[in-house]
Write a protein that binds this ligand. Structure first.
Ligand code: PMP
Length: 304
């Protein structure tokens, strides 16, 4: 992958090839890293705007706390690491940014440190409003909160997402939706789900074994403006997917992406619907800094 040439590793900027940890560290042996994926967008005046950096830093800190790390990086350290790395790469184009607070050392399973911090970026244009997805419902259940909490964005958790995604891709789909072990709708391998029923937005609640997605929160903020009603956060039955007029993914990497069919059954009329299109339009305007009401969600990398 054409990753940006420099990364941040434990306080220093290093070439991509040198951002290494030992093969026996806790992150490798035990899958113990908490991570974030976020985006930066080029604005009309040529700056780079990182979307909801503070919220991503806070979620990383939450994950570190649940994993009982003996060092939880301060929010400002995480934010500065990201900005330091973006500036070192002289980036002004659309990017996907990845941050991992990783368990270093070579100690027993219950080790809680040392904790390192790494950040890098991948120049990656926004997908924009085009293109919908054809998804399947996985035969793999979503991991449960009382076993391997999906609310924590932990590297080890993604074994679950990965098997689901591989199965779906090998079966000819381009996305996958998982159910909870109780058979209710949960989330995708890298995004949360919204459906539209009778003009209202509905999304699985935070107790449906989902990651508490920051993009989901953005959509919740915009729901009333777009549909005239607040979104419903509740348990969603599998068959509601077939009753829905529209469905879309939301995620930092995925952005707002229409879902056109589920298990080959068209969602609504099989095209991106009006609520999805309106949500995309608002989202892309906000992330590019075209709406000053949401400037507090944007961190300019270069500007004032
Ligand atoms: N669910 C999962 C499993 C994810 O990996 C992601 C991507 N981080 C999301 C939802 C969307 O979360 P966010 O909007 O915070 O990127």
């Amino acid at each position: 992958m054409p990753t940006a040439p420099f990364m941040y590793l434990d306080g220093a900027i290093v070439p991509y090839a040198d951002a290494k940890v030992h093969a026996f560290t806790g992150v490798v042996k035990y899958g113990c890293g908490v991570f974030e994926g976020l985006r930066g967008y080029r604005s009309a005046d040529g700056d780079l705007l990182v979307f909801r950096l503070a919220e991503h830093a806070e979620r990383l800190r939450f994950g570190a706390k649940v994993m009982r790390y003996d060092h939880v990086h301060k929010a400002v350290e995480i934010e500065d690491a990201v900005l330091f790395m973006l500036r070192a790469n002289e980036l002004r184009e659309d990017v996907h940014i990845r941050v991992i607070a990783y368990l270093g050392g070579d100690d027993p399973l219950h080790q809680t440190g040392p904790v390192g911090l790494v950040a890098g970026a991948l120049p990656r244009p926004s997908a924009g409003p085009g293109g919908g997805m054809h998804v399947t419902i996985s035969s793999w259940f979503r991991i449960a909160d009382a076993a391997l909490p999906p609310r924590v964005k932990c590297t080890g958790n993604y074994v679950n997402n990965r098997v689901a995604e591989i199965e779906a891709f090998q079966d000819g789909y381009d996305g996958v939706l998982m159910l909870t072990a109780q058979g209710k709708v949960s989330e995708g391998s890298g995004a949360c789900l919204f459906i539209v029923r009778a003009g209202r937005l509905v999304t699985p609640d935070v107790a449906s074994d989902i990651l508490e997605s920051i993009t989901r929160d953005t959509v919740l903020h915009l729901a009333e403006e777009i549909t005239g009603h607040p979104a419903a956060e509740r348990t969603v039955d599998r068959t509601e997917l077939f009753a829905a007029d529209e469905a879309f993914w939301c995620g930092s990497g995925m952005e707002i992406r229409p879902i056109l069919s589920i298990d080959r059954v068209p969602v609504g009329d099989g095209r991106a619907g009006p609520v999805t299109r309106a949500m995309q339009e608002r989202y892309f305007a906000i992330v590019r800094g075209e709406d000053s009401a949401f400037a507090h969600w944007l961190t300019p990398v270069w500007g004032a």
